[in-house]
Ligand binder design. Structure first.
Ligand SMILES: [Zn+2]
Length: 72
């Protein structure tokens, strides 16, 4: 038996400033306007209502969207 490591290509990259996840082809963060992105991120947080989510508040998220929990 051979064990192959499957490489999972992520369809998103994360904004280093606000942690918003955007498609790879996006050039500018629609949330904060930053162009500083990384594909090295962990954990996805989908925020629907930032005021009701403690985790969103802890991460400083103020707008609904998909966010990375950790960005390297
Ligand atoms: Zn951003």
């Amino acid at each position: 038996m051979s064990s192959r490591s499957r490489r999972h290509k992520r369809p998103f990259k994360a904004c280093r400033k606000c942690k918003l996840l955007v498609p790879l082809e996006e050039e500018r963060c629609p949330n904060c306007g930053s162009t500083d992105f990384t594909e090295e991120w962990e954990g996805m947080l989908i925020v629907i209502d930032p005021e009701e989510s403690r985790l969103a508040q802890a991460l400083g998220i103020t707008k609904p969207g998909k966010y990375a929990i950790r960005v390297r």
